[in-house]
Each structure stands twice: as C-alpha cells, then as structure tokens.
Design a protein around this ligand. Structure first.
Ligand SMILES: NC(=O)c1ccc[n+]([C@@H]2O[C@H](COP(=O)([O-])OP(=O)(O)OC[C@H]3O[C@@H](n4cnc5c(N)ncnc54)[C@H](O)[C@@H]3O)[C@@H](O)[C@H]2O)c1
Length: 444
C-alpha cells in the first residue's frame, strides 16, 4: 500500500519509518524545507534512539521517501496520516491551523478516494472540522469525490518511540466507514500479528481517549509529587510509599515516581487543552486544574531546596545541572523543568554549569531566542558531567539519563567546591551519598 505521512516531527517520522519497515511504501511530507533536505540525505533532525539506522535502511530499500509537496504525491496514495503539530494557543486550546491546512490541501487537490487519518492530538470534534474543510474545497471545485476521515491518536513515548510503535499496547482508531476500517486494519495487522489489539470506536471517543490517557498519566505524576511533599513534612519516604501502593494491582507500579515536575510536548499542552474543551462545554475539570497547579509548584521545588541549603543567598554561587531534556533519551526540551530552574538560577545571580548528552544545542537556542532578556553570559554548557561540576557549590540532577546514574563520586567530590547534591529524580542512594560525605536531598 502507498501512504503519505504529513508532518515529520517525533510522531510523523517515527510512524512513517515504522510503516516502511513493515513493507509499506511511505512518503513523508513536511513544509520545513531544511528538514526535508536533511532527511533526503539520511540525516534525521531529532534524537530518537535507533531511528537514524531505520530511516537510512528504508530509504535504501526505496520504501521511504521525503517531499515538501503533498499535492505532488496525493494521487499516488490511498491513505494520508496527518501528524502535524497542534501547539497550544494563548487560551490553552489546541491550535488547529496546521491540521486544517492539510485538510484543505487535500480537498483542493484530490482526484480520487483518500482516507485522511488524524494522528495529531486534537480536541474532540476536530474530525468534523477536518471533514468540512475537505468538503468545502471539493464544493468550490464543483466536484464529487468520495473520501473518509478517521482518528488514530498516537501513544508513542519519545525515547522509546520505535518500540512503542512497532509493538503497541493497543491501537485506538475512530472510524465512520467499513472502507476506512479495512484500510486501517490492513496497515496495522503486521504490527499486531500475534494479538491484534486495534480498538475501533466512534471518532469522538477516539479523540477523547488520547486526552483522557495523557490527563490520567499527568494526574498520577502530580498526585505522587503532592504525596512526596507531604512525606517530607511528616518524615515518611515516598519511595517506600510508592512500593507499598504500586503493589496493589488496582493501582499498579508504573508512573508513580515523584520528581521535579512533568514537561514535554504533550502532557502540559494536552492537560490545558482538555481543561479548555471542558470550559467550552460549560464544565470545570477540577482535578486537572489541581494537576496543573501541583506541577507548576513542583517545577520550583529544586530551587526552593537549594535556597534552603544555601541560606537564601544564591548570588555568585556556581550551580551544576545534570540533564536538560524533559526526560532521558530525547533531545526534546519543550516545557522541561530544567528551563524553569535555570531561569530562576540566573535571576538569582548564580553561575550555571549545565550538561546534557544531546539537548545542549536546543537549550542554547532557547535561551538565545526565547529568553533573550536574561543574562546568559553566566550560563556555561559543559563538555561532560565532570566539567559541569567544576567548582560547583551544588549539583542538581534534573533528568535521569543513564550516564548520570553511576558517576565516579570520588571525582565529583574532588571537582566540586561544595558538597550539596539535590536529586530531582530520586535515583541515588541516600545512605551511600551521606557515607561519601555529600549533603544529599531528594524528593519526598
Ligand atoms: N511528541 C510526542 O511524543 C507525541 C506523542 C503522541 C502524540 N503527539 C502529537 O502528535 C502531533 C505531532 O507532534 P510532534 O511532537 O511530532 O510535533 P513536531 O512539532 O515535532 O512536528 C510537527 C511537524 O509538522 C510539520 N508541519 C506543520 N504544518 C505542516 C503542513 N501543513 N504540512 C506538512 N508539514 C507540516 C512541522 O514542520 C513539523 O516538522 C501533536 O499533535 C502532538 O500532540 C506527540
């Protein structure tokens, strides 16, 4: 089968490459000329483990192609997946500009049946807007051509994206016709040969499922962060509490880790968008508002702990940050807790020494373009973890990349000026750290 994937970001590029890996002929489309130019040379614009090899292999096998023009290839494909961005608008709602642009392009140019599948995370009811946008263009042209729309929200996780796409827990699909259902079934069957877990439903429910899933995950994180803060006050250990409750099968052990707040391109914007959808429908999602409030507070917690240990005066202190991306194994820094922390440190007059295995270029660009009023001359991007701790009064672990898990603590101790370690992801052993002479504090 020939398909197109529009939008070659984290979702589009991974989905397109994985479909190609299964033998589908895939053309990935993006309006970003630079991105497509790089991809045509086999250079991938994002960091996602295993992706580059897979892209190059499928390009070589002539199953994966790249273009900036959906119009040029529209007649060669039966199915178009739309995986363009849906960034938050000023009021928190999802911006559907790109989603509707794709629909209009299809309506303006299609000559034969197309199934347009929305993979982007979009508010409930978007499929109707997409269908209407295509139909309006067909009406303008005065032609009648059969088409379908469907919703296939994506659940992959950055950092594990290939594994998640190749062996999904489930695939959720909202459809309105037998023909759409058959096409989707054919496309996904190879991924789920042993246990076909495509859950077909109506489109509104499929759109809602994606938001409900992210809202639930964000809620678990904020719940545990709230518990962690209370554990600190009453002298309990949140790690033991996590084990204690996670072993209850009704609760389960995943996504129960306390930390320094959730970030990324999905949870913050999707929680906001769902709150907005509820408001538009005259309903208040009280739990999710609290989830957001707890998360905003949690992103300040490392800074507060630092202030407490350094007697409220951070001016001219040198602070080391390990980890900039919002989680390990990705270069994505969107809404990352490290950005909030660095901003506060710079405002407080600190020297910041930061290291991350892959996210330094994007972080440098972020502060240059989006935080240009800050004095970034006091921010230094280190070559490695030991360079980052040089003369540091404190080390703050923000993202739990593997290479931060077992550093040579002897070298760290000798290289730092102070001995304070604040562990924002609870990855170090409290007893061991104290035995090595560090002042150690974690979350909860
Ligand atoms: N990143 C994730 O982990 C993840 C997971 C599940 C769902 N999602 C959802 O998937 C969608 C895409 O997310 P992403 O992180 O891949 O976004 P991204 O910002 O990395 O990529 C979006 C791409 O779409 C391109 N684009 C925009 N308008 C276009 C157009 N008219 N034609 C062609 N290309 C166009 C952009 O140039 C960009 O390359 C969002 O709705 C997001 O919420 C993301």
């Amino acid at each position: 089968m020939n398909i197109a994937i529009v939008g070659t970001g984290y979702v589009g590029l991974v989905s397109g490459t994985c479909f190609a890996e299964m033998g589908v002929d895939v053309t990935c489309v993006d309006t970003d000329f630079k991105k497509i130019d790089q991809l045509c040379k086999g250079i991938i614009p994002i960091y996602e483990p295993g992706l580059e090899d897979m892209v190059q292999r499928n390009m070589k096998a002539d199953r994966l192609h790249f273009t900036t023009s959906l119009t040029d290839i529209l007649d060669t494909v039966q199915v178009v997946f739309s995986a363009v961005g849906t960034p938050p608008d000023a009021d928190g709602s999802a911006d559907l500009t790109y989603v509707l642009e794709v629909a209009r392009t299809i309506g303006q140019n299609m000559q034969q049946y197309v199934l347009l599948v929305t993979k982007s995370t979009v508010p409930v009811g978007t499929a109707t807007l997409v269908r209407n946008a295509i139909q309006a263009e067909l009406d303008k042209r005065g032609v009648t051509i059969d088409f379908d729309v469907a919703s296939n929200p994506e659940f992959l996780k950055e950092g594990d994206a290939i594994k998640d796409f190749m062996s999904p827990d489930r695939v959720v699909v909202g459809v309105e016709s037998e023909k759409a259902m058959d096409l989707i079934t054919r496309l996904y069957r190879p991924f789920l040969l042993n246990n076909f877990r495509v859950i077909f439903m109506d489109i509104l429910s499929a759109e809602m499922t994606k938001y409900a899933a992210n809202a639930m995950l964000a809620t678990r994180i904020s719940f545990m962060n709230d518990m962690a803060n209370l554990c600190e006050l009453v002298g309990a250990d949140v790690n033991m509490v996590r084990k204690g409750i996670g072993s209850d099968q009704r609760i389960g052990g995943k996504f129960l880790y306390a930390g320094c707040g959730y970030g990324g391109s999905c949870f913050p914007k999707d929680v906001k968008a769902l709150i907005h959808t509820a408001e538009q429908n005259g309903y208040e999602l009280r739990v999710l508002k609290a989830v957001e409030e707890v998360n905003a507070y949690q992103k300040q917690v490392l800074f507060k702990k630092l202030l407490k240990h350094l007697d409220g005066d951070l001016s001219n202190k040198t602070i080391c940050i390990w980890g900039l991306s919002f989680k390990p194994n990705t270069d994505d820094i969107r809404e990352a807790p490290a950005l909030v922390l660095i901003e506060k440190l710079l405002e407080a007059g600190c020297q910041v020494r930061a290291f991350d295995p892959v996210s330094i270029p994007d972080t440098r660009e972020y502060f240059k373009t989006q935080r240009s009023s800050l004095d970034t001359s006091r921010m230094y991007f280190a070559h490695d973890i030991y360079d980052a701790v040089l003369d540091a009064d404190a080390l703050l672990l923000v993202t739990e990349w593997k290479e931060f898990r077992m550093p040579s603590w002897g070298v760290v101790k000798k290289t730092m000026k102070g001995s304070l370690i604040i562990d924002g992801r609870n990855i170090y052993d409290k007893k061991e750290m104290k035995e090595m002479g560090f002042v150690y504090e974690a979350i909860g």
